[in-house]
Each structure stands twice: as structure tokens, then as C-alpha cells.
Design a binder for this molecule. Structure first.
Ligand SMILES: [Cu+2]
Length: 508
């Protein structure tokens, strides 16, 4: 018997001793993974516990609080399913789940409960799975006893010794892949003395997805181990998909209510700087530990494989945005959710907008003048259409005005409002030979960005322009290039949306 096996055996003997059970010596010696040891013979006090079936609940909801004041023998039935679901608009992913959703079903038990755990792996699954519950005291947090082939069911029993909010996850090799495909959830072990009552409880978990395609690339995506090794996920999301807590699916509360969010991080790798824009967290239980409470918290750090509970009273109506305050994750990778609070305003706490005066700097003034001019020209076209069909010239003028708004909202920041750029940093668009030599190339640059050395008007530059394909529509790109090609002393033909579309398609 090697060291590890003897340690395992020791731990198992301890676990059995804890249950007060007689040790089935012959079976305990056969300590291979997954070989059943048979049901434990419970001592009279445990055998006499009332039996209860746990209610498991899908996110963002949680089971109701446990009101009993004595332990029970709680039976948990959790089903593993491999399902194809939406990761983002137009993007599907084969999620491996505990219960059909990411995160897995929320489990709620009470400190001191005897938990009889059944892990059922659906017959349609392709792979075996198991479960490691951080609430379990014992080898692998249950994983050593829960390895379950498709169409099989495993059983093990543990005592919920310590209260707190715990992550559970699959621990089958390769573990990062099983977790990275969505195999995590939360189990709350309510303390013996109960928890403060609140009006709303909800369940949110963050996790990142390492898809082969980049963010937003349509179709069925698969797990990319290379990206996982580099810890460079295209997606970082709440509750398993981009937009899972947005719009109709937002969390809800009413003014005056107290809200508790059970927030966990499945990972597999990233931690979360959990923050709610516009709320100060009245109470935070760091790391899901009920023993300590922090008050008046802005942002709380949640480790991978960790959890926290946050509580706050909502006092002002409006939409509050849940984010990982590592902000590109929130605004570019999906880690963004919403809490919509309804009810009467409280102007003493928050006034709402008091004054709306324009202050956007001179560039934006140009932009708004362009908007007026565009409306004026559109009016002119309509008037002209009544009598004259030769409106091509005017169409180009409209494009120029619309393009100017795009330019003043985006390109100006680098290429400058006058199109002259900044020496050695941003190349000029005004009089740019590079731009005017090849309009198709210009479309490509706006779509895909540009990096590496280029020479513009005899001056070398080696910098980086970010791609705009995800930001701008074909029309906007046509308009902005028409504007640039017909401003700053440049002169050129209009760029049509069809041309942009053709270039975009050919680069797919
Ligand atoms: Cu698994």
C-alpha cells in the first residue's frame, strides 16, 4: 500500500468513525477509485433523522431558506447533462452541466445535516464526470466516491460540518476542461442559528469560456486548450452566457427591499473583482465565510473556486449593473448583468439629472452641427425627389455629413479633428497618399485595424490601429471613409456600403 492510499484509507476510516459506523475492513482495504463500499450502517441517532429531499434550483434563483432547527437526513439528486446552449447571440457551446444550466443547481442544506448525495450522469452524456463539493470534509470533496459513467449513478454520504457558501465542481481529468465547460455550482450550508432574512435572494456565478473562435464568432464553438493554458478566454460571463442577466432576464427588486446575492466564481482560472455599479454593499461575507462580515464595501475580490455573499438595501429605483471590475471582461467579454429596481424615486439620496447642458468639447460641437446639416440635406433630397431624379450628388453629401459624425465620435481621438494626426504617433488622413492610393485597402484597415510599419506621405510609422469591424456597420464605414476622402483637402469618390460589405465578406 503506497503512502497516498494509506492516507486515503486513514481519511476514510476517520470519516466512517465520524459517522460512528463499524468499519467494513475487507472493503476498506480495496481502495480503488469508484469501487463501491456499500451503504454505511448508520448509528441509531443518525438513522433516526427525518428524511428530506433537497429542492435544487436553477440560476438565478435559490431554494427557500431552511426553517427547521434540527438536523435532517437530506437526499440530494443532481443530474449531469451535456447540453448545447447559447453562449452569446449566434454562438453555441456544448456545456457540461450539473442540472442543465451553468452554473449548476443551487443546493441548500443546514449545518449538521447528513447529506446523502446521488450523482446521476445522464445516458446521453459522452463522458464520465464526478463532483468535488468544497463543503465536504473527505477525500476529493466527494470526487473519490463520485466518478460516474454515462447512464450511471453514484452515491456517497457526508455530514455538513461547517457552515458557509461553497463552490462545487467536476474534478474529472482534465479538470480545467470540465470546469471550463461549465461544471460548477454553489452549495449553501446554512448555519445552525440561521441567517438574517432578506427580501430577495439570487444566484450568480462567473466563469470564463475558452472558445476556438474569438468573441462573437458565430456557430458552435469548442473548447480551446491552448487559450486555457494561456488564460486568455474570449468570454468571461455571468451565469453561463453573454446577456444571461440583461433585459427581460435581469434580476429584480423593489425600492426598500434587501437583496442578497450568492456570488461564486467557477473559473476555471480567473478571479473576479465583483462590483455593482451604483450600489454600496451594506454587508459582505468575504470568501463565503459566515464568521466575519465587512460593511460598506465597493468591490469584493472573489477567488476562483470561491464564493461570497453580498447584502444591500435598494433605496433608489433604476438599473444597477453587476460587473467584474476588470472592465474589459465586463464591456468586451460579457461579465455584465443587471438588477432592475422599481419604485418611487428618493430625490434626497439621488436627485436624478438636474441640468442637461451640452459640454462635449469642440469636436462634438462639430458632430452635432453635422447632425443638423444631415437633417437639412435629407429634407432637401425629399423635396428634390418630387421634381428631380438627379440626386446622386446630394446622396454623397448626406454620406459626408453622416460620416463626419462617425469620425467625430471615433476616429478623431487618434487622427485628430483636422485629420492631421500626431507626428510619430498617429498618421495623417489629411492629404494621405497612403489612404488615397487604395480605397479598398482603407476599408480593410478600418475593418481589421492596422499594425506594423507603414509610410504615409514619406514618413514612416509603426504603431497600431484597433479593428472597428465589431463596432461599425457597413453603412458607417462607407460614410466615414466618404467623409475622410472628401475632407481635409482630400478629394474622392463616395465609398458605397456594398463595397464595404464585399470586402468584409471576402475577409471572412
Ligand atoms: Cu465533468
Amino acid at each position: 500500500m503506497n503512502m497516498k492510499t494509506s492516507q486515503n484509507l486513514l481519511a476514510r476510516l476517520l470519516a466512517l468513525a465520524l459517522l460512528g459506523a463499524a468499519v467494513p475492513a475487507a472493503r476498506a482495504a480495496d481502495d480503488t477509485l469508484g469501487s463501491p463500499e456499500g451503504p454505511v450502517v448508520l448509528p441509531p441517532d443518525l438513522a433516526a433523522l427525518p428524511i428530506e429531499h433537497a429542492i435544487l434550483v436553477a440560476p438565478p434563483h435559490v431554494p427557500p431558506p431552511i426553517t427547521r432547527t434540527t438536523p435532517a437526513h437530506v437526499i440530494v439528486n443532481l443530474e449531469v447533462r451535456e447540453v448545447v446552449k447559447k453562449l452569446a447571440d449566434g454562438v453555441q457551446y456544448t456545456f457540461w452541466t450539473f442540472g442543465g444550466d451553468v452554473p449548476g443547481r443551487f443546493i441548500r442544506v443546514r449545518e449538521g445535516d447528513l447529506v446523502e448525495f446521488h450523482l446521476n450522469n445522464h445516458p446521453s452524456s459522452k463522458l464520465p464526470h464526478n463532483i468535488d463539493l468544497h463543503a465536504v470534509t473527505g477525500p476529493g470533496g466527494g470526487a473519490a466516491s463520485a466518478f460516474t459513467a454515462p447512464g450511471h449513478s453514484s452515491q456517497f454520504t457526508f455530514t455538513a460540518l461547517q457552515p458557509g457558501l461553497f463552490v462545487y465542481h467536476c474534478a474529472t481529468a482534465p479538470v480545467p476542461m470540465h470546469v471550463g465547460n461549465g461544471m460548477y455550482g454553489l452549495i449553501l450550508v446554512q448555519p445552525k442559528d440561521g441567517m438574517p432574512t432578506v427580501d430577495e435572494e439570487c444566484y450568480v456565478m462567473q466563469g470564463e469560456f475558452y472558445t476556438t473562435g474569438r468573441y462573437g464568432e458565430e456557430g458552435l464553438q469548442s473548447f480551446d486548450m491552448g487559450k486555457a493554458l494561456d488564460e486568455r478566454p474570449p468570454y468571461v460571463v455571468f451565469n453561463g452566457s453573454v446577456g444571461s442577466l440583461v433585459g427581460d432576464r435581469a434580476l429584480r427588486a423593489k425600492v426598500g427591499e434587501t437583496v442578497r446575492i450568492y456570488f461564486g466564481v467557477g473559473g476555471p482560472n480567473l478571479v473576479s473583482s465583483f462590483h455593482i455599479i451604483g450600489e454600496i454593499l451594506d454587508r459582505v461575507y468575504p470568501e463565503g465565510a459566515l464568521g466575519s462580515v465587512e460593511e460598506h464595501v465597493q468591490t469584493t475580490l472573489v477567488p476562483a473556486g470561491g464564493a461570497t455573499m453580498v447584502e444591500f438595501e435598494v433605496k433608489v429605483p433604476g438599473t444597477y449593473v453587476l460587473v467584474d471590475h476588470s472592465l474589459t471582461r465586463a464591456f468586451n467579454k460579457g461579465a455584465l448583468g443587471m438588477l432592475k429596481v422599481s419604485g418611487p424615486p428618493n430625490r434626497a439620496i439621488y436627485s436624478g439629472k438636474e441640468i442637461d447642458a451640452v459640454y462635449l468639447g469642440s469636436q462634438a460641437d462639430e458632430g452635432s452641427a453635422a447632425a443638423e446639416r444631415e437633417t437639412e440635406l435629407k429634407g432637401k433630397i425629399e423635396a428634390e425627389m418630387q421634381s428631380n431624379t438627379a440626386i446622386t450628388g446630394l446622396t454623397k453629401e448626406v454620406q459626408i455629413e453622416k460620416g463626419k459624425q462617425v469620425y467625430m465620435g471615433l476616429c478623431f481621438a487618434c487622427h485628430q479633428p483636422d485629420g492631421r494626426g500626431l507626428p510619430n504617433v498617429f498618421p495623417p488622413l489629411a492629404g494621405s497618399d497612403f489612404l488615397q492610393a487604395d480605397h479598398e485597402r482603407a476599408i480593410r484597415i478600418v475593418l481589421k485595424g492596422l499594425s506594423g510599419p507603414v509610410v504615409v506621405n514619406g514618413k514612416a510609422i509603426n504603431s497600431l490601429m484597433p479593428p472597428q469591424e465589431a463596432v461599425l456597420t457597413d453603412n458607417q464605414i462607407a460614410d466615414v471613409l466618404t467623409y475622410v476622402l472628401n475632407s481635409f483637402g482630400n478629394s474622392g469618390d463616395p465609398v458605397t456600403p456594398d463595397k464595404v460589405k464585399a470586402v468584409r465578406n471576402e475577409m471572412r
